[in-house]
Design a protein around this ligand. Structure first.
Ligand SMILES: [Zn+2]
Length: 300
């Protein structure tokens, strides 16, 4: 059984401004997110260890390396690349060579192994996990996968628990099931797809089969479906940051999304970051002291 919110450590984190020696910190950035390419970045630092991973390889290793170094990080420090699924906007073939060169382990669901091989990823660089299982550990991170409907192969969402706090990451969702909502409830940073505006989708000149594929429960989440999912995930505890992923360039608009949020979720709108297609957003940082009660007392 996947761990529910009740099984997970309670939230307690200081703002970045209060971070001090001995703190665990979590940095999260979206390198790019759209149908042109999706890659996100997560780095966890504790007094004991540092672990840096990517989620999805839809942006080339070379571009990812450049974006990361502009943010002050090194691609070569990446240990793992987790895949939500293997559509071309999430899995570029170039990651086969980068994985060999930099020793990056490519991690995907058992059910996606065939797709990883088709992408040219060598078996020696690929490790699979059970997307219906209890999860796995990467250094200071505990990764809990959750399978979702998307086209034929499905996608995997992740809840990643760390000593600094937690990240929920869900993109390319046919719909947000109750199980997905439960698995992401209470996270500190929530990154979730807000793919299209329904009216823009319906009035677009896209072919009907494509509209049906996107809107039919095995494609993508609309802005309204995303808001409904976030409202559910954010109860009873709201995330510190919400990042909206994979906005359609043809059938969505960041200003429209922000206005929707101002009306529908006004308490969360100021914490909203909207990912962009070709440039990174972030890093967002959360931190908490390893000896947390002591630290909080000192700060008080
Ligand atoms: Zn996609």
């Amino acid at each position: 059984m996947t761990a529910g919110a009740a099984d997970l450590p309670g939230p307690l984190f200081a703002s970045t401004a209060h971070a001090q020696v001995g703190d665990a910190s979590l940095d999260f950035a979206v390198i790019g997110s759209s149908s042109a390419g999706n890659t996100a970045f997560l780095r966890v630092q504790t007094p004991r260890a540092t672990r840096q991973i990517l989620i999805d390889g839809g942006i080339s290793p070379r571009a990812t390396k450049g974006f990361l170094s502009a943010l002050g990080y090194e691609l070569a420090e990446t240990s793992d690349l987790l895949f939500t699924h293997f559509d071309h906007d999430h899995a570029k073939a170039g990651w086969a060579r980068a994985a060999m060169r930099d020793g990056i382990m490519l991690r995907c669901s058992h059910s996606h192994l065939r797709l990883a091989r088709e992408r040219g990823y060598p078996d020696v660089c690929v490790e699979t996990f059970d997307a219906r299982g209890d999860g796995f550990t990467l250094g200071e991170m505990r990764v809990i996968p959750r399978e979702n409907p998307h086209d034929d192969g499905g996608t995997v969402a992740f809840r990643i628990e760390t000593p600094a706090g937690s990240l929920g990451f869900a993109t390319d969702l046919g719909r947000a099931s109750g199980a997905l909502i439960e698995s992401l409830r209470g996270v500190d940073i929530l990154a979730i797809e807000s793919n299209y505006d329904r009216a823009m989708q319906l009035s677009s000149n896209r072919p009907e089969f494509l509209k049906d594929r996107i809107m039919g429960g095995k494609g993508h989440l609309s802005n309204e479906e995303c808001i409904d999912a976030v409202r559910a995930i954010a109860w009873p505890r709201e995330p510190e940051h919400v990042v909206l992923l994979h906005l359609s360039r043809d059938c969505n608009c960041p200003d429209l999304v922000r206005n929707l949020w101002k009306r529908a979720l006004p308490s969360l709108e100021p914490r909203l970051t909207i990912a962009r297609p070709y440039e990174p957003v972030g890093p967002l940082r959360i931190a908490r002291n390893a000896a947390r009660n002591t630290a909080m007392a000192v700060e008080a």
